[in-house]
Design a protein around this ligand. Structure first.
Ligand code: PGA
Length: 255
């Protein structure tokens, strides 16, 4: 069975409510004719309810940019999986490099978020990736393996539709410097091997692995042509309706 490609837009800390609504409507129009692939957007928390309404009747899926691990309680500043579900938001980015590096989120914290989200019915989009220093030091695979093993510790995943992994080399995020197709494929194949050591082989073979880091309308086709690149997590280019339109209409792979 083939993995169904997924293009996800990470809006980060962008868009007011009005801008979010307009952008979501543009994405819904863009996605109206796409077949054999999934489209997802992750607006800021403040716009989730509005975007959820704007996406009614469209196939575009909604994700949050982070998620807490419990249903409710004294967790100032956090948003629970149940709150997300109540908005029609079924997925959440977890472990994004900006959360790791700017806000100091540890592998242990990320593991809690992933576990809690999965237990409460929200699909984590789990990000891993090495810094430039780690790559230059020859430590890319060590870093990826450690982030994967710690982030997915004690997690049971029997259903590949409940987890997505994103490979996002930190040096490629927001820099305009994309990984080469060879670098992306090599990392994705490695990630899949690690997943196969954690879960059933058949499950690992079906978990989608997205590439993220300066994906744009010019490089999406060649990245998507790699066998283990199942989709893209798009930051900057997802804020521009024409670019995102072209990205979700990437040429080549379908399911
Ligand atoms: P970018 O961001 O496409 O702007 O590099 C990707 C991401 O951080 O998810």
């Amino acid at each position: 069975m083939q993995r169904r490609p997924l293009i996800a837009g990470n809006w980060k800390m962008h868009t007011t409510l009005t801008e979010a609504r307009a952008l979501a409507e543009a994405v819904a129009r863009s996605a109206a004719d796409v077949e054999g692939r999934d489209v997802m957007i992750a607006p800021p928390f403040t716009a989730l309810a509005e975007v959820s309404l704007a996406l009614r009747g469209s196939t575009v899926q909604l994700a949050a940019q982070n998620v807490c691990w419990v249903e409710q309680g004294a967790f100032t500043g956090e948003i629970s999986p149940v709150m997300l579900s109540s908005l029609g938001c079924g997925a959440a980015i977890v472990g994004h490099s900006e959360r790791r590096h700017i806000f100091g989120e540890s592998d242990a914290l990320i593991n809690k978020r992933i576990k809690g989200a999965m237990a409460l019915g929200v699909m984590p989009l789990f990000c891993v990736g090495e810094t430039l220093e780690e790559r230059d030091g020859g430590n890319t695979f060590l870093v990826l393996e450690s982030q994967l093993r710690l982030g997915l510790a004690d997690i049971v995943c029997n259903d590949p539709a409940r987890l997505i992994v994103a490979y996002e080399p930190v040096w490629a995020i927001g820099t305009g410097k994309t990984a080469t197709t060879g670098q992306a494929q090599e990392a994705h194949a490695f990630i899949r091997d690690i997943l196969a050591s954690l879960f059933e082989k058949s499950v690992a073979g079906q978990i989608r692995i997205l590439y993220g880091g300066s994906v744009n309308s010019d490089n999406v086709d060649i990245l998507m042509a790699e066998p283990d690149v199942d989709g893209a997590l798009v930051g900057g280019a997802s804020l521009k309706p024409e670019s995102f339109h072209r990205i979700i209409h990437f040429q080549g792979k379908t399911a």
